[in-house]
Ligand binder design. Structure first.
Ligand code: ATP
Ligand code: MG
Length: 332
């Protein structure tokens, strides 16, 4: 069997706060092959960013800590890698694009300098060569007059241009894995579409595997091959895009899909948003995390945790509705 590029296995990242232990990521497993694209979806607070930060080993500690699980990158467990080695991997083999580029761009350095700096650090090339490679990267992400823009400071660029510059920086070292955390939510719709289009083209050309974190299932449909749906720090369903969109099994996934805005008489309307709110991550219920909002919940859902069931190869759902006697035996 071919080795996966990334294999996240029962990852648990908790925050130890005065108010209690926040189980932000609580048993997440997924895998990604080279060149593959995975979307992670789920509503606000479901643990998407903390999953990404755990892979990058950027969870603020304290109060955060990876308490269990493995993050195998090319077979190496990133959970136990020492910080100097992690610095080599970060930005070089695994890059991340953050929701707000201003948090990851340095306001007092020019765009060109920042991209060149990454190249000098990881690729050990001369400053001059890095400078011209930085301009080339800016050209590749569709920034007009890249020589001129390279000399600009982040605040001198528009939001869309800054996000392009971030993408250029993230891709400068040709990483095997790019994690994009809501890369377009801060942008208006037209620019959003342009950036997604750009990412798709770059992905096809460079073959970088992508983890795309988003609230927007439309983005997933456009860009990803596989999807992981998260709820309250846990995966509830995963599979390939066609399966999840055409035959979603988990009531939460079905809810997400039916709350997708639909185009009707040129007006976007939200159909059926899911009623209720997610549970307190410091005080999770004994049964299924979604039970209190689930129309199909039965007693068993409120009493015991469901185990993952593989409905068909590559399609897994964590819901009592799909647990049969045989699947229970298999999961033990
Ligand atoms: N430093 C922290 N201390 C305590 N709790 C934290 C900390 N950082 C994150 N959390 C909690 O972890 C949970 C998961 O957060 P995360 O940022 O991963 O959510 P998300 O799915 O990315 O949401 P969004 O869609 O809003 O970006 C949240 O409940 C959040 O409050
Ligand atoms: Mg987030």
């Amino acid at each position: 069997m071919c080795q996966q590029l990334l294999e996240v296995n029962n990852l648990k990242t908790h925050f130890f706060t005065r108010a209690g232990v926040v189980k932000a990521v609580n048993g997440v497993s997924f895998s990604l092959a080279e060149r593959e694209t995975l979307g992670i979806v789920g509503e606000s607070g479901s643990g998407k960013t903390i999953t990404a930060m755990s892979i990058m080993r950027l969870v603020p500690s304290p109060p955060g800590k990876i308490v269990e699980g493995k993050i195998l990158y090319k077979g190496k467990d990133l959970v136990s890698v020492k910080e100097p080695e992690m610095r080599e991997i970060r930005g070089n083999q695994i890059s991340m694009i953050f929701q707000d580029p201003m948090t990851s761009l340095n306001p007092v350095l020019t765009i060109g300098f920042q991209i060149a700096e990454v190249l000098v650090m990881h690729r050990k090339i001369s400053k001059k060569e890095a400078g011209s490679r930085a301009i080339e990267m800016l050209r590749q992400v569709g920034i007009p007059e890249p020589e001129k823009r390279a000399a600009c400071y982040p605040h001198q660029l528009s939001g869309g241009m800054r996000q392009r510059a971030m993408i250029a920086m993230a891709l400068a070292c040709n990483p095997s894995l790019l994690i994009a955390d809501e890369p377009t939510t801060a942008l208006d719709v037209t620019i959003q579409a342009q950036i997604l289009d750009l990412m798709q083209k770059l992905q096809e050309r460079t073959g970088t595997a992508i983890i795309m974190i988003t609230h927007d299932l439309g983005v997933v449909a456009e860009l990803c091959r596989k999807v992981l749906v998260m709820y309250a720090g846990e995966p509830v369903e995963q599979g390939d895009v066609e399966t999840i969109f055409n035959s979603p099994c988990h009531p939460y996934t079905r809810g997400l899909l039916s709350s997708l805005p639909v185009l009707e008489t040129d007006e976007k309307i939200r159909l059926t948003p899911i009623d209720g709110t997610p549970p307190d991550l410091k005080n999770l219920p004994p049964g299924c995390n979604f039970a209190s909002r689930c129309q199909e919940a039965r007693d068993v859902c409120r009493q015991t945790k469901p185990v993952p069931v593989e409905i068909k190869p590559g399609h897994t759902v964590v819901c009592h509705c799909y647990i049969t006697k045989e699947s229970e035996v298999r999961s033990q």
